[in-house]
Design a protein. Structure first.
Length: 81
């Protein structure tokens, strides 16, 4: 399996993950502040969705590079999606 090679796509993926990191820090602050569980759950769901989008963005990058066989991409999706 190849890594993300395109510098622009790599930068976009890293920026997305930094936003997720910020979301997670915000969730930690909510928990420390004894925020209502429903609000914490909402933010956890949003962070999970953001991570899922990051995963599919990464898979799209690998596919766009064209150097990974389709069966390997399918296996990656089956294992981790």
């Amino acid at each position: 399996m190849q890594s993300v090679q395109d510098p622009d796509r790599k930068k976009a993926l890293l920026l997305r993950l930094k936003r997720v990191e910020g979301q997670l820090r915000g969730i930690q602050r909510l928990i420390e502040a004894d925020t209502d569980c429903e609000k914490v759950a909402q933010q956890l769901a949003a962070a999970r969705k953001a991570l899922d989008k990051s995963f599919f963005m990464m898979v799209g990058c690998v596919m766009a590079q064209g150097d990974t066989p389709p069966d390997d991409v399918a296996e990656l999706l089956v294992r981790f999606a």
